[in-house]
Design a protein around this ligand. Structure first.
Ligand SMILES: [Zn+2]
Length: 90
């Protein structure tokens, strides 16, 4: 059950950046929100991701708003997986 949840966390992670870019279709958006309602680590992660995106936009007003770069996504995914791995440590 725990690993199943971790998998669903990773699916949610894949949706989160699109969600925060407001590019997510309403159906998927509701799915993400439903998961966030029941998953504290994902909420924390979404908050930090939201802040990151917000900061990026705030400090680059001349840039067109767009999806996160591949490197930013990789960094976030790595941080996310470390967080999940940390929670599973017994
Ligand atoms: Zn989760």
């Amino acid at each position: 059950m725990a690993s199943q949840h971790a998998e669903s966390c990773q699916e949610v992670f894949a949706l989160l950046s699109a969600y925060l870019d407001l590019e997510l279709p309403p159906d998927a958006c509701a799915e993400v929100e439903a998961h966030l309602a029941d998953c504290a680590p994902c909420v924390e992660f979404a908050e930090s991701l939201r802040k990151t995106v917000d900061l990026c936009r705030r400090y680059q007003p001349a840039e067109l708003p767009g999806p996160l770069g591949q490197q930013a996504r990789d960094n976030l995914l790595e941080a996310y997986q470390k967080m999940l791995a940390g929670r599973k440590t017994t």
